[in-house]
Write a protein that binds this ligand. Structure first.
Ligand code: TRH
Length: 366
């Protein structure tokens, strides 16, 4: 089966990151597949994934690219593909399937509508072409979460040695038993975060290190973090290295969708800052996520504290706004790890996006 995934890189890395995870996961699951990634914004893509192995990466405007070869055309995140490519695809010939399949891959959401929209047909009136919505989500009956076997396997191998290696690479001299928090967020005032972390460190005697991921949160962290808390400003690293760094942390502040899904699958203490939406609409997405997670917490007081942090961090109409008492992430780390770890286990067993997508595509096999 030949699968093409089209993705446009907008202002961040998220879309390319997810499209890449999907492409490589499909060939991990079935090495006989031919998967091509068709991107607009190839430079960004290269920074994320310098080596793509079996997955071919094409520039959407390369005249040598032939979309008519594909059995399946996946359009990532509602970005309409260039008309010429779609036209080529629709006029092509499916080889391994009964028809050509055009998949509209939606953004990940915990909202309940994902269940209703997932796998809905979207008739295009083109003979021999069938189009369907594919909606990633956290609820049974949705498309599930991008898992990425390679990413999950990294977690199983994580031990003191990976932490020692990576921490040594980016900040020689860090005590490997320090409490490490990686922050990858949008703009935010980190003054209260820094104070709370420093207070907890001196109360418990634990060394504390903040890893600031490259990008929009780094400047604010640089202004706020002061000794004894250590600050490590990370360069932009490729996705595989970024994944490994995530696994070495004790707690995470994540954003977007891909790093959010990673944090969920890791079952580590984390907070998610959602992508800013017009009129603060991101709060609806955050509430939906909290609704899904609530039953996994035996301790509702802990859940309320964690939920309050999510609400306060995300109630914003512009970048930089929002508050948040982050201390639950370190003060309650073991209890959070228990609750979130159980959900992670559930997600790994029941929300397997790549496997369900392949199963769906195979229903059309001749
Ligand atoms: O970059 P993001 O903010 O992505 C967002 C969202 O996906 C949003 O929904 C979308 O509309 C918008 O982009 C355009 O955050 P996200 O989703 O976590 O993706 C970031 C990816 O970048 C993730 O795979 C990790 C990766 N990354 C690296 O590989 N190296 C790095 O150094 C850093 C900082 C990130």
């Amino acid at each position: 089966m030949r699968i093409d995934i089209f993705c446009r890189v907008i202002d961040n890395y998220g879309d390319a990151a997810v499209a890449w995870r999907l492409a490589k996961s499909l060939v991990q699951l079935d090495p006989t597949l031919t998967v091509r990634l068709v991107v607009e914004g190839r430079q960004t893509f290269r920074a994320l994934a310098p080596h793509t192995g079996q997955v071919e990466v094409w520039d959407a405007h390369d005249s040598a690219f032939d979309a008519s070869l594909a059995d399946v055309w996946i359009e990532a995140f509602g970005e309409r593909s260039p008309a010429t490519l779609l036209d080529q695809f629709c006029r092509g010939r499916a080889r391994d399937l009964r028809c050509r399949l055009w998949i509209h891959l939606e953004y990940l959401t915990a909202e309940a509508w994902a269940v209703d929209y997932h796998l809905l047909p979207s008739p295009q009136g083109v003979t021999g072409v069938e189009k369907y919505f594919y909606v990633p989500g956290f609820r049974p009956g949705t498309g599930g979460l991008f898992q990425d076997r390679e990413f999950l396997a990294r977690g199983e191998r994580t031990g003191v040695s990976l932490r020692k290696d990576l921490w040594f690479r980016y900040a020689p001299g860090l005590p490997p038993d320090a409490f490490g928090v990686l922050v990858f967020s949008y703009e935010h005032d980190y003054t209260s975060f820094a104070k709370a972390l420093a207070a907890w460190g001196s109360r418990t005697g634990r060394d504390v290190v903040v890893f600031a991921a490259a990008g929009r949160s780094q400047e604010a962290l640089g202004r706020s973090i002061a000794p004894p808390v250590r600050l490590v400003e990370l360069p932009f690293v490729n996705q595989s290295e970024f994944d490994q760094l995530l696994w070495t942390m004790d707690a995470l502040v994540v954003r977007g969708e891909d790093s959010w899904a990673r944090a969920v699958l890791m079952g580590k203490p984390f907070v998610w800052q959602a992508y800013l939406q017009p009129e603060g609409w991101q709060s609806v997405k955050v509430e939906a996520f909290l609704e899904v997670l609530r039953p996994w917490f035996a301790d509702q007081t802990l859940f309320d504290r964690w939920a309050t942090l999510h609400r306060e961090l995300n109630e914003r109409n512009a970048e930089g706004q929002g508050r948040g008492d982050f201390s639950v992430l370190w003060e309650e780390a073991p209890a959070l790890e228990r609750a979130l770890g159980e959900f992670a286990q559930y997600a790994k067993n029941h929300l397997r996006l790549e496997a369900s997508l392949l199963e769906f595509l195979r229903r059309f096999k001749v």
